[in-house]
Write a protein that binds this ligand. Sequence first.
Ligand SMILES: Cc1cc2nc3c(=O)[nH]c(=O)nc-3n(C[C@H](O)[C@H](O)[C@H](O)COP(=O)(O)OP(=O)(O)OC[C@H]3O[C@@H](n4cnc5c(N)ncnc54)[C@H](O)[C@@H]3O)c2cc1C
Length: 597
Amino acid sequence: MPVYKAPLEDINFVLNDVLNAEQLSRLPGFEDATPDLIASVLEEAAKLCENVLQPLNRSGHEEGCHYENGVVRTPKGFKEAYETYREGGWQGLAFDPDYGGQGLPHTVGFVLEELMCSANMAFAMYPGLTHGAMNAIRAHATDELKARYLPKMVSSEWSGTMCLTEPHCGTDLGLMKTKAVPNDDGSYNITGTKIFISAGEHDLTSNIIHLVLAKLPDAPPGIKGISLFLVPKFLPTEDNEPGQRNGVMCGSIEHKMGIMANATCVMNFDDAKGWLVGEPHKGMRAMFTMMNSARLGVGMQGLGVGAVAYQNAVAYAKDRIQGRSLSGVKAPDKAADPIIVHPDVRKNLMQAKAFTEGARALGYWVGMMIDLVEKHPDPVVRQEADDFVALLTPVVKAYFTDMGYEVATNSQQMYGGHGYIREWGMEQFVRDARIAMIYEGANGIQALDLVGRKLPQNLGRLLRRFFHPMQAELEQSQENPALLEFVIPVAKAFGKLQQATAIVAQKGMARPDEAGAASADYLRMFGLVALGWMWLKMVKVAQDKLANGADGKEAFFDAKIKTARFFVEKMLPEVDFRFKSLMAGGKSMMEMDVEQF
Ligand SMILES: Cc1cc2nc3c(=O)[nH]c(=O)nc-3n(C[C@H](O)[C@H](O)[C@H](O)COP(=O)(O)OP(=O)(O)OC[C@H]3O[C@@H](n4cnc5c(N)ncnc54)[C@H](O)[C@@H]3O)c2cc1C
């Protein structure tokens, strides 16, 4: 059976030593969020994840969800676990106290997301969807809707969904058919079919609040004619309890590759009563609030699954004995050496460690930037942080989930044939990790978002939020000879990324297909360079600690330096390959006639 231990030592290192999360408590509204308080909250989060959620991960995977006549039952134990989650107030951890939240920084919410996805990704999706819906309602709904729905969602009594996809429209939402007809009382009647709706129906909460994209009768064609509606499963009574059943039903649930314990539903809306969120025809703007938060959340899923797969692979590699080390016997008391002695096994473990620890730093940093966007008194800082988050969102979503899957499958590989056998649990990680590359905008779409929207935005202003501070940190680090073995490769990779940026920008203006062809390589380069920056930051701290007192954690800091070395020597060179591929252009992809395939 797989195991999971929340990596609190590494989390605290990232938060306190690398990101200086103590600065959060100097932001207005976060005065209580001291490092001590955050550490104690995370200890409780670790207990929830290790003791309540993780033990249900395999059983939930094996049992899956049950569907009967429109009713969905989650696997055994999920209701009780959800109750524990609700009692702990976890849903409102990083949400506005005006609606019952605890008002802690989003940074802490990002950590919780990672831990929950490591422990039980299918479970984590129920509150994850609610969280996204809460954000969209708070940002765009009327005060009346906020007052009615948010407190119930923040307390986990009611959950949320996002309903975009239809049978004929996924990526291209402009093709949407679901209709919204206005009523005299200010509400709307929504009719249409949505598919693949995560947590669309289940038995964990007394009401489910759907955020549904639909078209008004006078809607302009395409993406500009979409509006967002709030559609509850049960219409709330005067005293805000679930009342009359609304015209929305679950038609079936999907049988799928992974996240078996999360219900993926066909939702039929039949004159369901709903209320507009945001302005008419501006639904995509409102939905983007939810999608951006969900995209970062999905990135954390990639990290979370990668992190737990890595933990299990390490345990197995230390325990499983096969063959002898090429450099001589390492475990003479045993019939063979543990497989962790073999370079190829090491390569996979090191890659997993370098990715998860680097991504942890980057992911939490993005979380911190969201806190600055919301709380910093200086509007210039808020704008800069917002730009940074917007730029990094497609990178976190796509690079983290591509790598989360890669780490999961490489970790499975370390189990040999046992990795392919269900009871060891490694196949579940591979299955669960796979969807994160597809939903919330498939990763190819993230690459297009980065290249087509984020790079040109405000004449490259978003990019400067990343390039300028990174350049400054590289220049400053060059003065330290002990850092040069890390600074030089990171600076070279950064230079390649800058070159690639100029080329992509030129190509994009001249021939959009060329920019599209370059986009996946470019996003991957971006992810690698961003992690290179994180490793530089982490090495600096580790070297400093080792020189000035590591407080008994010498091995931990030494491991950071070794992992950074692996990253720059073995992973960062992928930037060169990606650059070469990007430079080759799109002709070889596009010259084939469709009939020739
Ligand atoms: C388990 C699961 C849970 C889901 N949960 C939800 C949910 O809660 N709510 C919801 O609304 N949806 C949900 N989805 C739907 C998911 O977001 C879509 O499947 C996804 O957006 C892709 O849409 P599609 O499947 O129609 O693929 P398509 O849009 O048909 O795309 C097929 C392929 O073509 C590529 N492609 C399409 N257009 C372009 C382009 N312009 N450029 C480059 N490549 C392109 C795509 O990247 C993809 O690889 C879920 C799906 C699954 C499987």
